[in-house]
Design a protein around this ligand. Structure first.
Ligand code: PHE
Length: 451
């Protein structure tokens, strides 16, 4: 599918909303708080913020540039960019790795997003009214121990995602993000105000998030923070590159990237500011793992005025945020399959969706039938998919993208795509892409292997 066959974003604002819709998702609301909780809070958050600025933003600009200049799926765009720059065609590997990473991410993403859908229904049914911490825990444990239910919700979520993807960029996505993103933002702010005014533990939650304790520092937390930065900004696998292909030439790339990065970071921090006060107020463990959001938030909603309504709304919006991200995760593979009329867009979407759904069964069963099974040492199937994609494939993709744009991309292409930035910032960007971003990623990899 080329940009012309799939349509273009109708404005820069829509691109920002769509890319922010890709970035903002389970990574911010579900994954950021639990991974921060498992890794000591403050140090992790500091490392994460550094990774966003030093590694994330330059790579986001690089991906959008490649997408808009290549105008095709990431695989084809990379081929064209390598050809036009006189570089080795092997750089296409960036596109291929992205497709593989996308499969892996979509497979487990859909399982967790299914949890959010299920919790939306539980909220409507009033399952958490007046609930205490133990019971909230029990509801969650009961839920994930039932393989049928997890597969059911995984299937529903994948079907919704693929249905929207199959309709192409303009029709499905624009309408969804215009409404959902502002709604989600508003609700998060409301919840922060609630957390600040009612739990009595707001400061404790904030200080957990924002005061780095050196004793918590380990190579591992920095390594995981980097993986989180890639995941949350949707970088390293071509999702943003694929969206960049539909960006009109008149829109500024650097400013868009900055806006997306800021929005995404805000949502993650707001989520932490909501979840940790509730965790501390109820004697929950910050290191509870993937269930953190699904225990702490029902507890809060179950005990607040009109919590049933707010709770249902919240899980609905989280599910929508997950849909807009999942669509972008599938986009590189779907765009590639349907490119140049190989397959209809809908056939491509259903094929990719089915394969990712199949792989996702392994993640759904990790919490019940296959809970004793490990793929990587000490990691369940779900944890292994998450680790391999977020902490290995995405950063590795990031190194290749930054090196390609920094060293190999024809300078005229870069200049042509970034007419709005000054010579100084252009120099800074190239310096970051040549040395700082790849160097930092490499260093973080090395630190974690040598620890
Ligand atoms: N950024 C999304 C989130 O935080 C996940 C994602 C990863 C989307 C990779 C696209 C590509 O939920």
């Amino acid at each position: 599918m080329t940009a012309s066959s799939s349509g273009m974003w109708s404005s820069r604002l829509i691109f920002i909303l769509a890319a922010a819709g890709s970035a903002v998702g389970l990574g911010n609301i579900w994954r950021f708080p639990y991974v921060a909780g498992e890794n000591g809070g403050g140090v992790f958050v500091l490392a994460y913020l550094l990774c966003i600025c030093v590694i994330g933003l330059p790579i986001m600009i690089a991906e959008i540039v490649l997408g808009r200049a290549g105008k095709n799926s990431p695989i084809a765009s990379m081929k064209i960019m390598a050809r036009d720059s006189g570089a080795n065609p092997a750089w296409q590997i960036i596109g291929w790795m992205g497709v593989v990473a996308g499969f892996m991410i979509l497979s487990f993403y859909s399982v967790i997003a299914g949890w959010a859908l299920a919790y939306f229904l539980k909220m409507i049914q009033g399952a958490f009214l007046g609930i205490d911490a133990d019971s909230a825990n029990r509801v969650f444990e009961d839920f994930i121990s039932n393989p049928h239910r997890l597969v059911f919700w995984h299937t529903i979520f994948m079907a919704i995602t693929i249905f929207i993807t199959s309709r192409g960029v303009g029709q499905g996505l624009e309408r969804a993000v215009k409404l959902l993103m502002p709604g989600l933002f508003l609700l998060l702010i409301l919840l922060v105000i609630w957390a600040a005014s009612s739990s009595g533990y707001f400061l404790k939650g904030i200080s957990f998030l924002f005061s780095p304790k050196p004793e918590d520092f380990s190579g591992d937390s920095v390594f995981l923070a980097m993986g989180q930065a890639f995941f949350t900004l949707s970088l390293g696998m071509g999702a943003i590159m694929a969206y960049g292909a539909y960006l009109p030439k008149s829109a500024g790339i650097a400013g868009s990237a900055l806006t997306i990065g800021v929005l995404d970071t805000l949502v993650a921090l707001l989520s932490g500011m909501i979840i940790f006060p509730i965790v501390f107020a109820n004697g929950l463990e910050p290191s509870a793992g993937p269930g953190l959001m699904f225990v702490s938030l029902p507890l809060a909603f179950g005990n607040m005025v009109a919590g049933q309504i707010f709770g249902a709304l919240f899980f609905l919006l989280v599910s929508f945020a997950a849909v807009t991200s999942a669509i972008s995760i599938s986009e590189p593979a779907v765009a590639w399959l349907s490119e140049k009329g190989k397959f209809a867009r809908s056939t491509s979407a259903y094929t990719i969706g089915f394969l990712a759904w199949l792989l996702g069964l392994g993640s759904a069963f990790s919490f019940n039938l296959m809970s004793g099974f490990t793929l990587l040492p000490e990691k369940s199937f779900f944890d292994s998919m998450d680790f391999l994609s977020n902490n290995v494939l995405l950063p590795f993709g990031g190194i290749l993208i930054s090196l390609f744009v920094g060293w190999r991309l024809k300078p005229e292409i870069l200049l042509d795509q970034l007419p709005e930035i000054s010579r100084f910032f252009l120099g800074l960007l190239i310096f970051s892409l040549r040395f700082i971003a790849p160097g930092a990623i490499f260093l973080v990899f090395a630190m974690s292997f040598l620890k």
